[in-house]
Design a protein around this ligand. Structure first.
Ligand SMILES: [Cu+2]
Length: 145
């Protein structure tokens, strides 16, 4: 009997050690019809006790999806985006973002982009991201592609 109790305690602490990913406030920037690129932004929360990593992403609006960060006005590709345990990471204009390259059609406000985020431990998380007009010109910088 005692052994069983210990066993279930060990199991529950194992479960609590998993990351618990929630994606909030996802949106994709509206771009002029001549633009072949846009970016997706969101807040990724991790309510679990173990860190996770966003390793890759796909989406239904562009041929290529990359994880980027903007440093000193220039974008560069990152291998992953770390989401700390009991923490969050913000993808926002001028910082980390999901880059949508070779858009299949122009993105207009009111459209929705389906993103599939691939986490190292949590697996795939699907997100519906509405297309919105960006605030200001903070993303209108040189592209490092
Ligand atoms: Cu970018």
């Amino acid at each position: 009997m005692k052994k069983l109790v210990l066993g279930s305690l060990a199991l529950s602490s194992f479960l609590f050690a998993q990351p618990k990913i929630e994606v909030k406030d996802a949106w994709v920037r509206e771009v002029p019809p001549t633009s072949k690129m846009s970016a997706a932004y969101m807040v990724i929360e991790n309510k679990g006790k173990e860190a996770d990593k966003l390793m890759d992403a796909t989406n239904n609006a562009s041929e290529i999806t990359e994880l980027h960060e903007t440093v000193e006005g220039k974008m560069r590709r990152v291998k992953f985006i770390e989401v700390p345990a009991n923490g969050k990471v913000e993808l926002k204009p001028g910082g980390l973002h999901v880059m949508l390259i070779n858009l299949k059609k122009p993105l207009k406000e009111g459209d929705t982009v389906e993103l599939t985020l691939k986490f190292e431990k949590s697996g795939e998380v699907k997100v519906q991201a509405p297309v919105k007009k960006g605030m200001g010109k903070e993303h209108m910088h040189k592209h490092g592609h």
